[in-house]
Design a protein around this ligand. Structure first.
Ligand code: GLY
Length: 354
């Protein structure tokens, strides 16, 4: 087992890579443990849960509501929880978001940690302290940044993940490569067959490299005032697609990355050939779903939390492996969306021989 430490003013968070639940004994309290999980994870892993009160929620993004968090606080209170209680989120990205937020709010904050069961959460969602729930169609509008004491990533749990969930995690892995590590990007492409076969050796190595990228960024900027914004690459359009089409998060982000790369070429920040490289390789990895941009995409982006006073901090690429943040006006973004939709309409008419 390897460990990666993230030290911030808010405390130390340790990512335990490749361990198992047996490695947690000394890290968990003997009593006062509240395990938040979902119906799917509970069914598979209940037998190996540490000793504690199990609080189950419905599986899926639809559980990411303020009401579910309030209900969990009520259930903890009814079960006798107090300020010395410890919350263990046991599940994928949705469970980690909800458990982290519940722990942050219950009695103004109790200790918490995660056992991360999906590729998406082992690479991204459980790491870095962001916890959030959605407000209607707006993602993660209500949340906190508070580091978990530890995150256990047991890679054996990835063998049984449904394909869409696995791909969703791969989307975030490509994101880390695209923003910071060109070599990782090429290694992902070169290892495509072993990744598809879920070879634990190669996966363990790639997850470790990916998490090191995220950990290095979070250490420098835990509260997202600067460099952490790079981790939002692909998310501005991705969030809109995720909500509109109900796509898995990382798959929507992958589509959002390709759109953001095209925007990077359109604004002149990146050569067109780099956009082609990113889109071709991600398509080969099975990550690219054709998806029209929904109507009023700019209106939706304007209400996203990344927007301020008529403009957005948008993550663009200079090259595959090097991201930057640029302030773009919503007017310029609308011009790009017009170009994007027109280009798509034209290519569809050509394919249909119109
Ligand atoms: N998933 C983006 C971040 O943690 O900052």
């Amino acid at each position: 087992m390897k460990s990666i430490k993230i030290n911030t003013a808010g405390g130390e968070s340790v990512i335990l890579m490749g361990g198992t639940v047996d490695d947690l004994r000394e890290r968990l309290p003997a009593k006062g443990l509240y395990i938040i999980t979902d119906t799917n994870v509970g069914r598979i892993y209940r037998d190996i849960f540490p000793k504690g009160e199990v609080l189950e929620i419905e599986a899926g993004e639809k559980s990411k509501t303020p009401q579910v968090v309030i209900d969990l606080c009520r259930r903890m209170l009814d079960a006798g929880a107090d300020r010395s209680s410890f919350v263990l989120g046991f599940g994928g990205g949705v469970v980690c978001d909800i458990a982290g937020l519940t722990a942050s709010l219950f009695m103004r904050g109790v200790r918490h940690a995660f056992v991360s069961t999906s590729l998406l959460s082992q690479i991204d969602a459980s790491i870095g302290g962001k916890n959030g729930v959605n407000l209607g169609e707006y993602k993660n509008i209500i949340g906190t940044i508070r580091q978990p004491e530890f995150v256990l990533c047991d890679h054996n749990m990835l063998a049984t993940l449904p394909e869409e969930e696995f791909l969703s995690g791969m989307g975030e892995m490509y994101k880390h490569a695209a923003i910071r590590d060109r070599n990782l990007f090429f290694d992902l492409s070169a290892s495509a067959d072993r990744i598809a076969a879920r070879d634990p050796g190669i996966l363990g190595d790639l997850i470790l490299r990916s998490v090191r990228i995220k950990a290095a960024i979070v250490r420098r900027d835990p509260m997202e005032n600067g460099i952490r914004r790079l981790l939002n690459f692909g998310h501005t359009f991705g969030h809109v697609l995720e909500i509109h089409y109900g796509m898995p998060h990382g798959v929507a982000v992958a589509r959002g990355m390709v759109i953001a790369a095209e925007l990077s070429a359109w604004t002149g920040e990146m050569p067109h050939a780099e956009y082609r490289l990113l889109s071709v390789e991600m398509e080969k990895a099975g990550l690219i779903r054709e998806a029209e941009l929904p109507p009023n995409v700019i209106g939706r982006i304007a209400r996203d939390k990344k927007s301020e006073a008529g403009s957005v901090n948008f993550v663009l690429l200079r090259a595959v492996g090097k991201a930057i943040v640029r302030r773009l006006s919503l007017t310029d973004l609308q011009a790009f969306v017009n170009y994007y939709n027109e280009r798509k309409d034209n290519s569809q008419s050509i394919q249909q021989g119109k």
